[in-house]
Each structure stands twice: as C-alpha cells, then as structure tokens.
Design a protein around this ligand. Structure first.
Ligand code: IPD
Ligand code: CA
Ligand code: CA
Ligand code: CA
Length: 258
C-alpha cells in the first residue's frame, strides 16, 4: 500500500513536469541568482501532497519548497518535486521527481522518476533496486583512473578547502571523465544502473538524496559521507560508488591525490 501510494505520488508530480515543460511558466529566484524555483516545482509538490494526504494524512512530510509538515508519525516522506530545476527551466530533459520514505529514521522506500526519458527507478530496503521493473546493479569497475564519474556543484559556497572545484580539477587533470548532469537524484540512479562508477557532491539537502541513496545501496553500491561513515541525508556530503572505487575516491575528496 505504501509502495502504491509512493508510485502514485511520483506519477502525479511527474504529470506536472510534463504539463509545464517547454511551455510558459513563472520562474523566481531563491538564494543566489541562478538558484531557481518555477511554477512547476510548486504544482508538482501540490500534486504529490494531495496523493499522500488522501492515503496517509497523518504522515510527516519534508519537502523542498514547503519545508516540514511535522506530524507525530513514524513515517516521513522526503520530497524533491523537481530535482534539476535549472535544467527544467532551460528545457533540458534531465530532471525528475524524487521521493524517499523513512520509517523510524531508516529509509525504506525510494522512487525517482524522469518522465522525459520514461525512467522510473525504485527501491525497497532489502528487495533490490529496479529501473522500469527490471533489476539494476552497480558497475564492476575496480580502479578510479578507469572510472566515469559524475558530480554537482552548489549554487554558492564553492570556496571551501578541498572544495568542489579542487576535487574536480584533480580528477580532470588525470583525464578521468567527470560529468555534471544537474540532478543529484538522477546522478545517484545512474550510479545504481552502472552508467557511472561513482558520484560525489559537497552540499546536498535531504530531499536531493533521500530516494537515490537507497537505490544505490539496493543496487549493490556503497554510500557514505566524506569520513566514510554510513550515509545520512541530514548532512551535506555524499560519496556513492559501485563499492570498488569507494576508498580511492574518498581519498581524493579528502585532499589526497589520484
Ligand atoms: C539541485 C540538483 C543539483 C545539485 C544541487 C541541488 P534542485 O537540486 O540536485 O544537481 O548540484 O546541489 O540543489 O534545486 O534542482 O532541486
Ligand atoms: Ca534537488
Ligand atoms: Ca528541487
Ligand atoms: Ca532547488
């Protein structure tokens, strides 16, 4: 039942993305000039909330544009109505709806849906990860130098020590391909599907990674913070890999060389 509601909510959000994409919609700024929010982000969030409220009116919700709707429940829905808003606003079809569900502080279900590629990634804790109902697995590459990576950059705060620019430069100078798709949730799902061998980012919010990190773990990958501790979406740092290149990438993110 929870799974059905999750999928229904994800689809309801995605319908709003399809509705507004490439059309006319309002765009406004958040903190930083290119940190955008559109009419579609709000419409998708509203559509998702409606589905959840109908089936589970008592559940706790944390969603990017609305914030927290605190309720006394052991279930918490963590929602990014559009992950990849800048792509969306520019007509770039690399964006998705991302929803994770926690029970007593543990992520148990996650769905990430990019309706423009018709790709629905899903995971349930302990039951593996799927792409459009087919099981997916992380890649088997075992060395960082031969890997294909993906990352993202925050809108602000780029000037930290061993920050996103330094880590990126180190990898690129060694000739390692590092892509930048503009949607952390899709980055994670593409690691889960073996398209990328690893992903790292310095400043994510819980809604960016809630569903995606579970999908990577259930596809056989490893997700930690920069200290190598088990991942929590309530701190900013993430490294998600196929497991095999994890320690090597961890070293670089912490200031070491490739
Ligand atoms: C952003 C995307 C991007 C990441 C940013 C996020 P939004 O989310 O996930 O890939 O680099 O840090 O804020 O704003 O498009 O939902
Ligand atoms: Ca996001
Ligand atoms: Ca968003
Ligand atoms: Ca945003």
């Amino acid at each position: 039942m929870l799974k059905q509601t999750l999928l229904k909510a994800t689809e309801a959000g995605a319908r709003q993305l399809l509705h507004f994409f490439n059309g006319q919609f309002e765009i406004s700024n958040k903190e930083g000039i290119n940190n955008l929010v559109t009419e579609a982000d709000h419409a998708a969030e509203k559509a998702i909330f409606e589905v959840i409220r109908e089936d589970y009116p008592e559940h706790f919700i944390l969603s990017e544009e609305t914030g927290e709707i605190i309720q006394d429940s052991s279930y918490k829905w963590i929602i990014d109505p559009i992950d990849g808003t800048v792509n969306f606003a520019n007509g770039i079809p690399i964006c998705c709806v991302s929803i994770g569900i926690e029970q007593d502080g543990h992520m148990i279900l996650g769905a990430v849906y990019n309706p423009f590629m018709n790709e629905l990634f899903f995971a349930q804790r302990g039951f593996g990860a799927t792409l459009n109902d087919k099981r997916i697995h992380v890649s088997k590459k075992s060395s960082l130098i031969k890997s294909c990576l993906v990352t993202g950059f925050p809108y602000t705060y780029l000037d930290m020590e061993n920050g996103p620019l330094q880590v990126f430069e180190k990898l690129i100078r060694k000739g390692i391909p590092v892509r930048r798709l503009g949607s952390a949730a899709i980055d994670l799902c593409w690691v889960a599907a073996g398209r990328f061998d690893g992903f790292y980012e310095h400043k994510l919010q819980a809604w960016d990674s809630a569903a995606g990190f579970l999908i990577v773990e259930e596809a056989g990958g490893k997700v930690t913070d920069f200290a190598g501790n088990p991942y929590s979406p309530y701190q900013p740092h993430i490294i998600a890999t196929n497991g095999q290149i994890h320690d090597e990438l961890l070293k670089v993110v912490n200031g070491g060389n490739v």
